[in-house]
Design a protein around this ligand. Structure first.
Ligand SMILES: Nc1ncnc2c1ncn2[C@@H]1O[C@H](COP(=O)(O)OP(=O)(O)OP(=O)(O)O)[C@@H](O)[C@H]1O
Ligand SMILES: [Mg+2]
Length: 255
């Protein structure tokens, strides 16, 4: 356990969220500390992405509250959560395929050219490309050919850009919804290393994955969701591959 102190960084308290008649989250308590990686696991449809979207301001909770550094917060938009230093990699990564890697890394926070061009809103393309590559390299992600558009990248490289963007901007909370999707074995291990480095910088990191060995490798604590409820929240040392799988599927209690 490498959590720095006991103070909770970000917390969901008794959060419920439905989509019409689908109860995606039911009375969920979720805590994240600085310098901690929390694994969020559960079967398809368990509510993991919904919890990420509540934490990142995409969906307001139907009930319950969000508390950041001891202060209750209501996000009117994902932008507000972002401004409060909650950085998110969504499962559907949201890159703009026709834009360059640089433009994607800076999407929504474009560096404007100074002077009249800046006032007209032109972006400093080369500067962004350079800075983007630097930011990606900082987090251990190297991509050949920075001027390429995202449409020209492989699925794994796109995923790397999306991860790099989230990690590079993260200052407090980093929510990663299946970041190792589409990645080869070596790249996935690199992402785990990027996650460890983010934790060592003091960030609170949420890591969602169906690859249980990765979860067991990188997480300090694991929260298991089943049908929208938290069924287990315990230090990683209390799980092994078999018990984690059993908790996810619910077969552990049944047997
Ligand atoms: N926009 C939506 N509209 C209606 N129902 C939704 C919507 N998003 C998710 N759901 C439903 O809410 C439940 C939880 O979905 P969620 O995406 O949070 O699951 P998940 O744990 O992320 O699953 P996966 O591992 O497949 O990504 C599911 O029953 C899903 O069908
Ligand atoms: Mg999901």
């Amino acid at each position: 356990m490498s959590a720095v102190g006991d103070a909770v960084l970000y917390e969901a308290v008794g959060v419920s969220k439905s989509y019409g008649s689908v109860e995606a989250l039911l009375d969920v308590d979720f805590k994240l500390h600085s310098g901690e990686v929390v694994g969020l696991v559960g079967d398809n449809g368990a509510g993991k992405s919904t919890l990420v979207k509540v934490l990142s301001g995409v969906h307001p909770p139907d009930s319950g509250k969000l508390v950041l550094e001891g202060v209750e917060r209501h996000w009117a938009s994902p932008h507000e959560a972002l401004a409060a230093e909650i950085e998110t990699l969504y499962q559907d990564a949201g890159l703009a395929p026709h834009l360059s890697i640089g433009a994607n890394v800076f999407l929504g926070r474009e560096i404007l050219r100074p002077g009249i061009l800046g006032r007209l809103g032109f972006m400093a393309q080369r500067q962004m490309d350079r800075a983007a590559l630097h930011e990606l390299a900082q987090v251990g992600i190297e991509i050949q050919g920075s001027r390429k558009t995202v449409a020209e990248l492989s699925g794994g490289q796109r995923q790397a850009v999306a991860i790099g963007r989230a990690v590079a901007w993260a200052r407090k909370v980093l929510l990663l919804d299946e970041p190792t999707n589409h990645l080869g074995a070596r790249q996935a291990l690199e992402v785990l290393e990027v996650i460890r480095k983010a934790r060592d910088r003091g960030l609170g990191v949420v890591f969602i994955s169906h690859t249980l060995p990765h979860v067991l490798q990188v997480c300090d604590r694991i929260v298991v969701l089943r049908l929208g409820r938290v069924v287990r929240d315990a230090p990683t040392s209390e799980f092994d591959a078999e018990s984690l799988l059993g908790t996810i599927t619910g077969l552990l209690e049944a047997s």
